[in-house]
Design a protein around this ligand. Sequence first.
Ligand code: AQP
Length: 331
Amino acid sequence: MKTIFSGIQPSGNLHIGNYIGALRQWVNLQNSESKIQNSELFFCIVDLHAITVPQDPRVLKGKILEVTALYIASGIDPKKSHIFVQSENPDHAELAWILNTITPFGQLERMTQFKDKSQKHEANVGLFDYPVLMASDILLYDTDEVPVGEDQKQHIELTRDLAEKFNSKFGQTFKLPMPMIQKDAARIMSLQNPASKMSKSDKDPLATINLLDSEEEIREKIKKAVTDSGSHISKDQGSEALSNLISIYSAFVNKSFEGSYDELEGKSYSEFKTLLADLIVETLTQIQKRYKEIAGEKSILKDILEEGREFAKDKSSKKLLEVKEKVGLGM
Ligand code: AQP
């Protein structure tokens, strides 16, 4: 039995970075893994992670169902994958507390996401502890593989370290998960600043393309995306900004980065941008069509989340009991 676990924070508008780095991979995995017997896929909406930076409570609640609908609209099939909300299963927070007690302070201080986010927001203990909660999400389910964008690699490494440490201290308990990061387009950058990751919290609306953006917005954002002083695509030039756009192209056209570069060589930037915008519009229009069908069906979405929670809780509570026994907790 192979277990796959991943999640997205309902901390804003899902963007094409989330789609390329995570969602699209999950759907491909789901559709290939379901042909292989006995694999279990968990796709969580990690709301406890989301509150490590300030959230408006009413917006957050709405985003949880929006993200659920976007999972389904992107191709996650609740009959093949278990979708649930992190805070609906208290085992995640409880295991995180136990793992905190074996986590070296210095290791958390080295996490680049914490360093970045604590510059943008007032640092709180939850933000510092974010990777331990993520380790607990993953380890509760005996996860084999975690499909994520490249920005999460360091957190999976910490997860493996904590699993090894717990196992050597208390006896074999946790599986060591592997990060699953695609070779190309693993980190999509801002359309306005190729040095920073495309991110939900970016204040510049031109920096991200959101999954629910209109066709007009998508075309406008691609048109205004920064490139460089050149005018035609050439392998000799290759700025970071242009490489980022070609990465996005390669993901949407489902080709390697190199293959896409070869195909696009010689095209003018404006010709390329039109092609890229067409591709993104085509994919997002399909997702948005399915989203419109499901987003209003709140009771169906809640039933899907409840089924997912029950399934997840059944598995996680056994693991948590085993952990508590080993650590010597309880009566
Ligand atoms: N730019 C990206 N390129 C590739 N993959 C990405 N992911 C996120 N951004 C990119 C992947 O999406 C999954 C969920 O990530 P998240 O919920 O942590 O979302 P986020 O957009 O990464 O959040 P931010 O923007 O960093 O934080 P906030 O919400 O504070 O703005 C992960 O698998 C991630 O790798």
